[in-house]
Design a protein around this ligand. Structure first.
Ligand code: DQA
Length: 159
């Protein structure tokens, strides 16, 4: 079963109590459960992580690059200004889907810029937990389109 890294940036550990009018009242643990369920339906395993630390997030992207692991990424506020994250994602070797719970385009001006968008296959925003579930479906679709060569490469990398 293929693993997908589901990576969450700063302040997302506070889901449930963080600005509930915007982010709802469900917690990060609830989101992890929803992702695990959707991933299982798609024959994927979700490796779900959260950090407030930019260096740690960059390190996880390096892990994905080396291991050819697909990524669903909510970079949270790093989305809007982390060129380090942009540069790490530019090295991607498997699909990356950017997600947001809220719709940044409908919020403050500083959220209208994403330095992640241009180094992701696509962005899903504004649908709450469903943004992640749709992103996992998008990843599954992209993996299904992989040619035999890419699949072979993936197996070779694992051995
Ligand atoms: C967010 C949107 C970002 O602008 C914000 O900084 C976050 C969460 C979202 O999921 O809606 O922390 O990425």
């Amino acid at each position: 079963m293929r693993t997908v890294l589901v990576l969450n940036g700063p302040n997302l550990s506070m889901l449930g109590s963080r600005e509930p009018d915007i982010y709802g009242t469900a917690t990060l643990a609830d989101l992890e459960r929803a992702c695990a369920e959707t991933a299982a339906e798609l024959d994927l395993t979700a490796d779900f992580r959260q950090t407030d630390n930019e260096a740690e997030l960059v390190g996880w992207i390096h892990e994905a690059v080396t291991g050819r692991i697909p990524v669903v990424l909510n970079a949270a506020a790093f989305t809007h200004y982390s060129y380090a994250l942009h540069d790490a994602l530019a090295m991607r070797t498997a699909p990356v889907v950017e997600v947001h719970l809220s719709n940044p385009a409908a919020r403050e001006e500083f959220r209208h810029t994403s330095v992640v968008a241009s180094v992701a296959e696509g962005t899903i925003a504004g649908f709450g937990f469903a943004s992640y579930q749709l992103a996992l479906r998008a990843v599954a679709g992209l993996l299904a389109k992989e040619g035999p060569q890419e699949r072979q490469q993936q197996r070779a990398d694992l051995t």
